[in-house]
Design a protein around this ligand. Structure first.
Ligand code: SF4
Length: 461
């Protein structure tokens, strides 16, 4: 057995280091892809690689692509082209890597193409392109890994892949069937993030409420007890960490009702991101959405009764093949009844390889556009009405940005209520007479509302 003496350590620290190889990184797509990027970067930093700001300054470039829609594929191809022009040595990974011929067809000179979730293949390609110069004396990676989000919030990926087969989606083909992480594994990562200063955990996956089905809900040990790999049990345990816990991509299965109780108890944020996609049974059937939708209106009402301050976010697709005027009217009526707080809308776009491409009765582009505009107008009114009802209330707000102080004017800052997820929902524009810190959770008196955002002042300390 050998041991490192002080002398050896001192020689090592004085040894001139060869320049560490550097990597530039482009991360495209959804928060799930961002988590993959963080994982790759964390590993590269652990191996001693530097991160370069520009492709031109790096030894090689990695592009983590999104292949969900044709427009996302076009953006990915353009990012690969830009990396090739500036650097020349480009490794492509992510969703588009599942169809390598699309990439090599456009750019035969890419260095390597790996598929989604193939971390080992990405790292092997990086080692081939620029071998690591590991120096254990100076390579430091924070225990929570490298995060691409601001320090005060973090995405927490609980599973990968999906067992559903929605006809407009190719995610299961790209990422495979549902594979959940054991609960203890997720909880330990969450603990590390909280210890590193994270105040808000954003739980993500392709289908959050299906969590653990593949593990048959097997329990794992955490803090001296067994935690089953079950959506509501995991949410409850995360709620013990003392930070905001926000649940995304919750499919409206019946057991979702269990987490509404946790929201009412204040264990997790009263925020539900449920992708309903449509309200017409005929369209939902063609989309092959697995949950029965007839009940959703009464469920939304029941959820709100159980948890009065619940914010519901959803996404919808307009112009799906075969969507008639009657289907669309039904959707608008449903939306006006449900009064969802936050809504994202997509004009249907065929995705290469999706089963929906075989459906007849394509909706003309102009009709799609008109329906999109009508839905967004209706939602704007609903959102404005719901936000108006908050005027005069006091809301807990997490501070995302603080503007530099200007003379004796009040400080201005941007933040989010419990009902606003970063990047996709509204903001609270804040004035404050006292200094504020990014990541702080403060009380704000709401004074004004517009269609999507709130305005108010800090009250109390
Ligand atoms: S639930 Fe449907 S839309 Fe979501 S990832 Fe699975 S197949 Fe795709």
């Amino acid at each position: 057995m050998t041991s490192t003496t002080d002398e050896q350590r001192s020689v090592a620290s004085q040894r001139p280091r060869a320049r560490a190889p550097s990597v530039s990184f482009v991360s495209l797509g959804c928060p799930k892809a961002l988590v993959d990027s963080e994982r790759i970067i964390t590993q590269l930093r652990a191996e001693g690689y530097e991160l370069a700001r520009d492709h031109a300054d790096a030894d090689l470039a990695i592009v983590n692509t999104c292949g969900f829609l044709d427009s996302a594929q076009a953006e990915s191809l353009s990012a690969i082209g830009a990396a090739l022009a500036d650097n020349g040595k480009v490794i492509v990974t992510g969703c588009m890597g599942a169809e390598p011929e699309k990439i090599t067809g456009a750019y035969p000179n890419v260095f390597a193409v790996t598929g989604p979730q193939q971390f080992e293949s990405v790292l092997a390609a990086v080692h081939r392109a620029a071998p690591p110069q590991h120096d254990p004396y100076s390579d430091l990676v924070p225990p929570q890994g490298v995060k691409l989000t601001p320090r005060h919030y973090a995405y927490l990926k609980i599973s990968e892949g999906c067992n559903n087969r929605c006809t407009f989606c190719i995610i299961p083909r790209l990422r495979g069937d549902l594979t959940s992480r054991p609960a203890a594994d997720v909880l330990r990562e969450a603990e590390r993030l909280v210890a590193a200063g994270v105040r808000e955990l954003l739980v993500i996956s392709q289908d959050t409420s299906a969590y653990g089905v593949d593990l048959k809900y097997a329990a794992s040990g955490w803090r001296g007890r067994s935690v089953p790999a079950k959506f509501s049990e995991l949410a409850r345990a995360l709620g013990e960490l003392g930070v905001w816990v926000r649940l995304h991509y919750v499919y409206p299965y019946p057991h979702v009702d269990e987490v509404i109780a946790l929201m009412a108890e204040g264990k997790v944020l009263p925020y539900l991101d449920v992708p309903f996609q449509h309200a017409s049974p005929a369209v939902l059937k063609r989309m092959r959405r697995p949950a029965a939708q007839e009940e959703t209106l009464s469920r939304v009402r029941r959820w709100r009764k159980e948890c009065a301050n619940l914010t519901i976010r959803s996404t919808f697709i307009v112009g799906f093949p075969g969507e008639t005027d009657a289907d669309f009217s039904l959707l608008l009526d449903w939306l006006r009844e449900a009064e969802l707080d936050r809504v994202g809308c997509f004009r249907y776009e065929p995705v290469a390889g999706a089963a929906a491409n075989d459906l007849a009765l394509t909706v003309p582009r102009a009709v799609k556009e008109e329906r999109y505009q009508r839905l967004m107008r209706a939602q704007r009114e609903i959102s404005a009405k719901r936000l108006r009802s908050k005027i005069g209330s006091r809301e807990r707000v997490i501070i995302d940005e603080v503007a530099p102080a200007r003379g004796s004017s009040p400080l201005t800052a941007k933040g989010r209520t419990k009902g606003d997820a970063p990047q996709i929902d509204g903001m609270v524009f804040i004035q404050s007479r006292r200094p504020l810190r990014v990541g702080e959770i403060a009380t704000v008196k709401i004074e004004r509302a517009d269609a999507y955002d709130l305005h108010g002042s800090i009250v109390g300390y």
